[in-house]
Design a protein around this ligand. Structure first.
Ligand code: HEM
Length: 102
């Protein structure tokens, strides 16, 4: 179970994510690709250039923030992301790379 304090902290990030989400995720990918160029080959780099991938990540993080106390509401989105990750061969050991760039 997630504590009420954690729920409150996560929810309090929602307004900033709504306002600056895509700016944050665009910068995050920029830093990640600079530091770990080897992960670039898994990504469609045109989706980076046109902003669609940073927009999708920003939407996902915003949804987590607003629905952290209603996890069933995230099911469809999480399943879609999981399918996309399987299709693009994302490995468990790659998660710390993304986790390092919040
Ligand atoms: C908790 C961490 C992560 C979140 C929240 C996340 C979120 C997302 C989202 C929202 C999408 C778009 C799904 C769609 O098309 O609808 C996506 C796609 C993708 N993710 Fe992740 N992801 C995470 C971790 C990772 C990691 C560790 C990698 C590997 C380095 C990765 C690589 C990819 C790739 C290659 C795609 C497809 C993008 C493309 O087609 O260019 N993700 N992810």
């Amino acid at each position: 179970m997630i504590s009420q304090q954690t729920i409150d902290i996560v929810k309090s990030t929602a307004p900033s994510l709504k306002k600056h989400g895509q700016q944050i995720t665009s910068r995050m990918y920029e830093i990640m690709f600079h530091k770990y160029p080897e992960v670039k080959k898994q990504f469609d780099m045109s989706a980076q250039a046109n902003g669609s991938q940073p927009a999708k990540l920003a939407t996902a993080v915003y949804s987590y923030a607003t629905q952290i106390d209603n996890l069933p509401a995230l099911k469809v989105m999480v399943e879609r992301i999981a399918h996309r990750h399987v299709k693009t061969h994302v490995l468990p050991e790659e998660y710390p790379i993304v986790g390092e760039h919040p």
